[in-house]
Design a protein around this ligand. Structure first.
Ligand SMILES: NC(=O)c1ccc[n+]([C@@H]2O[C@H](COP(=O)([O-])OP(=O)(O)OC[C@H]3O[C@@H](n4cnc5c(N)ncnc54)[C@H](O)[C@@H]3O)[C@@H](O)[C@H]2O)c1
Length: 412
């Protein structure tokens, strides 16, 4: 499969680009567009792309293959997707579909009308862990689901990198946190329960990473002699100048040497004090749901965790499922509702091999997309709408402090 890469950043270069290099019998990138010359050249060199097929503008690259990967910033998804879909190309679109609900609906309508295969970057659907959770819940093994509780615990270092200093720190230049970070979770909740949300509410705010919490005399940039360097967990050197090299230090510069990373800290926002940024997205948000099938559920996302990961539980009339999904551990615990388990413990534990790349989801989704293009199997694009509807409804509830009836909201 020959494809074009629009946006050769972290996802474009490190995920899909890497997949193509490791599986060149399945996928090859023949053209690349990136506004950043260093990222464009890095991708072109890795994939052996001739200068005539390297572009600074994504518009110029679209025509170069029948398959297009859109890994551009969130705010460019809508325009790029509409252009690619109008040309009936196959498209792997990174999430979110668009950064507004109206834009999402426009793209999904265009996807419906296009003859190409469209896949959204909902990589977690392609993990063994979440597929097993869904299979168990939908099999009825837990009985009727009465309640679920789902947490997305974002590690404080990752939060500071992406949502305070990085690309997703402002709603107006990317998308709200509940869409940017939690669209996966909202999608999985709908996908696993198989029931629509009837009523919802949400609370949340940006509480910690604000100017009021800036240490006295902290300079604008960490490397300019910060008085709390020793004690601040977010000092840029502690996150970005560590060895061995690992995320997020890998994405601040195409030159990953210590000298290259120091230059990035001096010249980009990654070197800035986390308390003196222009970030607007929340650092904690909760949601409560009443499902149409009568079940209730809660969701919490926050950026103040020691370790990154998701935890969840589904309580049914017959059994409880508890799950942990993080880099170091992926495990489902199934406990029947009986005397023995209630008072003396028991049940079954299902362990999954931990894998890089969203627990194997990155590779799983890429393979599924390649297969879908090969066999021309088109998914129903509207299935991506619900997570976006929920994200924007939760934002409205959070801002207005109201409970939303989703039947009314959906019909607006
Ligand atoms: N599926 C997932 O789990 C997942 C995870 C992370 C990010 N994402 C999504 O993937 C997308 C890309 O994220 P990323 O982390 O790779 O970001 P990134 O910033 O590393 O990459 C984006 C690239 O687009 C380039 N670019 C910006 N404007 C451009 C333009 N006008 N023309 C051409 N190139 C342009 C940038 O230079 C950059 O290289 C985002 O929408 C993000 O939300 C999805």
């Amino acid at each position: 499969m020959k494809a074009v890469m629009l946006g050769a950043g972290n996802r474009g270069f490190d995920v899909y680009g890497r997949y193509a290099l490791e599986h060149s019998d399945q996928l090859q990138f023949v053209a690349v567009a990136d506004i950043d010359v260093a990222k464009r050249e890095r991708f072109a060199v890795a994939h052996g792309i001739a200068p005539a097929y390297q572009f600074s503008s994504w518009q110029d690259a679209v025509a170069k293959a029948e398959v297009v990967f859109i890994c551009l910033p969130d705010v460019l998804h809508e325009e790029a997707a509409l252009t690619v879909l109008a040309a009936n190309k196959h498209v792997m679109l990174e999430k979110p579909v668009a950064s507004t609900l109206a834009g999402t609906k426009r793209v999904l309508a265009a996807a419906q009308a296009s003859s190409g295969v469209v896949m959204l970057g909902y990589v977690l659907r392609f993990t063994a862990f979440f597929q097993k959770v869904r299979q168990i819940v939908q099999s009825g093994a837990l009985g009727q689901i009465i309640n679920f509780d789902w947490r997305e615990n974002v590690s404080s270092s990752h939060y500071a990198h992406s949502y305070v200093r990085g690309n997703w720190r402002r709603e107006d230049t990317s998308s709200p946190m509940i869409l940017a970070k939690c669209s996966h979770d909202l999608d999985l909740i709908s996908w696993i329960t198989g029931s629509q949300i009837a009523t919802l509410s949400s609370f949340g705010s940006l509480q910690h990473f604000t100017l009021e919490n800036a240490p006295t005399d902290a300079p604008k940039c960490c490397l300019d002699g910060c008085p709390v360097e020793e004690t601040c967990a977010f000092h840029a050197a502690k996150i970005y100048l560590q060895e061995p090299l690992a995320f997020p230090a890998t994405v601040i510069s195409t030159d990953s040497s210590i000298a290259g990373r120091k230059v990035a800290l001096e010249t980009t926002d990654y070197g800035r004090c986390v308390y003196r940024m222009d970030n607007t997205v929340v650092d904690h948000q909760v949601a409560s749901f009443l499902l149409e099938n009568g079940a209730t559920g809660t969701f919490a996302m926050h950026g103040h965790s020691s370790e990154e990961g998701r935890s969840l539980r589904f309580d049914g009339t017959k059994a409880t499922l508890r799950g942990v999904f993080k880099a170091s551990q992926q495990e489902i615990r199934l406990e029947p509702h009986d005397y023995q388990t209630s008072f003396h413990g028991g049940g079954e534990v299902i362990k999954f091999a931990t894998q890089n790349g969203h627990g194997g989801g990155d590779a799983g989704l890429t393979q599924a997309f390649i297969e879908a293009v090969k066999n021309n199997t088109r998914a129903e694009p509207q299935e991506y709408l619900e997570s976006h509807i929920l994200a924007f409804a939760l934002e409205q509830s959070r801002h207005s402090g109201t409970v939303l009836d989703m039947k009314t909201w959906r019909s607006q």
